[in-house]
Design a protein around this ligand. Structure first.
Ligand code: AHG
Ligand code: MN
Ligand code: MN
Length: 346
């Protein structure tokens, strides 16, 4: 059953075009990404029946991506689905993916457009085989003027330059969350009809929260400001924060961020001594920036702990950063600990 008076993604995008917020090219680009997400949703949903679980590569020889991480079959399949769907549409000048070493210009056999698409094809890979939510994250930038064949350097634009960002979470429901710079909106896949239908318009993240998300097993590797911050959260009512906090960690950023967009909270993947040499765990261009735009558009905040995320000037396509995002007051509180204890790390 569809919700009566419900707004399909297609209608929403056409109305955004009429309002002058996006052009036809960007509208069609978002439609293509959404269509690819539907295909990925079908593959994820088949699970073992579709033979899509487990590691990519041959037995005894795991396939390793540019991040130095073992690829799952679904990482590879999702990447292929997104590449195939986007190569021929004529909206893009180039693509970059967490799963590919370098960016790819659109082949000359297809018309070239004015946008650059970046994606994390399958976020939360460790959850694929255990039937826990995973997702796709994407970000859209303008291709710099006069560049027909973009190279990696042309993708290195700060998050403030994003013209659209979103993610699709493949959970109990398949949900697309999108911003084109005019609020953050939620669309749920109506599986029978086969289309995304708006289920929440202009969502707002509560400014205050009593819920935090972090991988606590890394505690002993954190920097002193993070130790102090989480120490105070755990002290609860008896500590300086004066309230008890709950903790959740799905280990799929899409699922953790979706919870925070829905009911508030703070998500963090701080710098720790294991990932310090890489600058952090999560990727700026495929994870932190698109999520930060969605969160800011929903009234939340996103930071490296020391700087607004969207203002970080990227230096590499696969650059990693510490991440704090979600309820505004809580992100400010976490930043406060980092500023108070000084020393810049990002
Ligand atoms: P990916 O599967 O794209 O590599 O990303 C996984 C990320 C993110 O989704 C999640 O928040 C985090 O890694 C989980 O890290 P831990 O396994 O260290 O908790
Ligand atoms: Mn990811
Ligand atoms: Mn991934």
């Amino acid at each position: 059953m569809t919700m009566s008076g419900a707004i399909a993604l297609t209608r929403y995008l056409i109305e955004e075009q009429r309002a002058g917020h996006i052009n036809a090219e960007l509208r069609l680009l978002v439609e293509v990404v959404a269509r690819a997400c539907k295909q990925i949703s079908v593959a994820v949903g088949k699970g073992a029946l579709g033979g899509v679980l487990g590691d990519a590569g041959s037995p005894g020889e795991a396939s390793i991506n540019v991040q130095g991480e073992a690829q799952k079959k679904l990482d590879v399949l999702s990447n292929e689905i997104l590449l195939e769907a986007n190569a021929w549409g004529g909206h893009l000048a180039g693509l970059a993916s967490e799963e590919m070493d370098a960016s790819q210009p659109i082949p000359d056999t297809y018309p070239h457009g004015n946008y650059l698409l970046l994606f994390d094809p399958l976020d939360g890979s460790s959850n694929i085989d255990v039937n826990v939510s995973v997702g796709t994250i994407f970000s859209v930038l303008r291709c710099p003027e006069g560049i027909a064949t973009p190279a990696d350097a042309h993708f290195l634009q700060p998050g403030t330059a994003q013209v659209a960002a979103g993610y699709c979470v493949y959970g109990p429901q398949t949900t697309l969350v999108l911003t084109v710079g005019h609020g953050t909106h939620v669309f749920t896949l109506d599986r029978e009809v086969g289309s995304f239908t708006m289920t929440a318009r202009g969502i707002r993240i509560p400014e205050e929260t009593k819920e935090f998300a972090v991988n606590m097993s890394n505690q002993r590797f954190w920097e002193p400001p993070m130790q102090a911050y989480v120490g105070d959260l755990l002290a609860g009512k008896d500590g300086p924060r004066g309230k008890d906090f709950n903790m959740r960690w799905v280990a799929s950023m899409v699922a953790d961020v979706h919870r925070i967009l829905t009911r508030g909270g703070i998500f963090s993947y701080p710098l720790d001594s294991k990932c310090a040499a890489k600058g952090g765990k999560l990727r700026l261009m495929y994870e932190a920036n698109p999520m930060s735009l969605l969160v800011e558009q929903a009234g939340g905040a996103a930071s490296t702990g020391r700087q607004r995320m969207l203002e970080v000037q990227p230096t590499g396509l696969h650059q990693r950063v510490p991440v704090f995002l979600g309820s505004k007051r809580e992100v400010e509180a976490a930043e406060g600990y980092h500023h108070a204890q000084g020393t810049d790390a990002s």
